[in-house]
Design a protein. Structure first.
Length: 365
């Protein structure tokens, strides 16, 4: 059987990024050998690492490498070191540029409770047991990109900060379709979150999502205001299957949903466009306080690689193998510091990588 070949752009970024991406690459190489899948990895600069080398957070060369890849695996960006730079030079601007440069408008963030980590959640067992939520967040519109934006001086000389929350019908429709299709692959329940009682942009959002619903008769659509959704996520998270919302609300709710699981260090994400390479990255940040100390949890990065295989490269068997290896490592009682509980064995980043390789070899030798 001829080997399938994929070009993967690697963006290690800042902080713990290089440590965790190394583990993911080792895992991908092994699964590739086992299933006759060929990977060509090309590393590129983004974020603070790019600023230090080139003076800008997203060099044109990085964007070119990503555009010519089948998928992009990103680790983490940012850190205290760059917090005082002008906004257009900050690491986070590189991530926004990558999303817009690749046309990535949909962010998929799963928040699934793993039975092995039930006790890591800060909520009661009966509240979080069985939670399995997918947050579909619009990525390229809304208040993060709307114009006008800036800090302006008024006639009196007082400064006024302005950002604009704006969505067009077509922007809402395309994220809505991704969300309905995602719900179809899951439990066919979609909750659209907005603030239509106050915001005109949210009223348009609600109108458009409602107008799409007849095209997906098998999906049960509900609507919820964002303040209520934030409360319901911690009160009764099991009511949710798939959530769709705009950029700002999605940024907040996906982090909240993530924390139901007890460790943001366990959660992957995918950012997808209409075509071309998607970006797969852990939800967590760059954790500069533990960078270089071999303390990072690489599992979200590894699960991001599994999401890449499933959604980007259509290699579900390889994705299954990686996800099963993660579960088996947790079954063994292996934990990094962020998910540690009494009676478990504490591993560093490299040792966790080694444990995954052992389980992949054992499970599929």
């Amino acid at each position: 059987m001829s080997q399938q070949q994929y070009r993967i752009a690697l963006l290690p970024g800042d902080g713990i990024g290089p440590e965790i991406i190394q583990v993911a690459v080792e895992v991908l190489k092994l699964v590739g050998e086992q299933l006759n899948i060929g990977f060509t990895f090309q590393e590129a600069l983004i974020g603070g690492a790019a600023i230090d080398t080139t003076g800008e957070p997203l060099p044109e060369k990085t964007l070119e490498i990503c555009r010519h890849s089948d998928a992009v695996l990103l680790a983490a960006i940012g850190g205290y070191k760059w917090d005082n730079l002008p906004r257009h030079q900050r690491p986070e601007t590189g991530l926004l540029g990558l999303r817009s440069g690749l046309g990535l408008f949909a962010n998929l963030r799963p928040a699934k409770i793993l039975p092995q980590l039930l006790d890591a959640s800060s909520l009661k067992r009966e509240v979080v047991e069985g939670v399995d939520i997918m947050v579909v967040r619009e990525l390229t519109g809304g208040i993060y990109f709307g114009q006008p934006k800036g800090i302006f001086a008024s006639e009196t000389g007082e400064k006024r900060g302005v950002n604009t929350m704006a969505y067009t019908e077509s922007e809402i429709d395309r994220i809505g379709r991704v969300a309905f299709e995602t719900a179809q692959k899951r439990r066919s329940k979609l909750c659209s979150v907005d603030k239509a009682n106050v915001l005109e942009v949210s009223q348009l959002w609600r109108d458009r999502i409602t107008a799409l619903a007849p095209e997906y008769p098998d999906v049960e659509l509900t609507h919820m205001y964002v303040d209520n959704a934030a409360m319901q996520l911690v009160r009764n998270p099991k009511q949710f299957d798939t959530i769709v919302t705009g950029n700002l609300f999605g940024d907040i709710l996906s982090d909240e949903a993530a924390m139901l699981t007890g460790s943001i260090g366990m959660l992957p994400s995918a950012s997808l466009g209409a075509s071309g390479a998607g970006v797969y990255e852990p939800v967590h940040g760059s954790a500069p306080d533990i960078a270089g100390q071999d303390k990072a949890n690489p599992l979200a990065q590894v699960l991001s690689a599994a999401m890449m295989l499933r959604y980007g490269l259509n290699q579900p068997e390889a994705a299954d193998r990686i996800e099963q290896a993660v579960l088996r490592v947790l079954d063994r009682g292996d934990r990094t510091g962020d998910i540690m509980s009494p009676g478990m064995s504490l591993l560093g980043c490299r040792a966790m990588g080694k444990a995954l390789i052992e389980e992949l070899t054992r499970g599929n030798g």
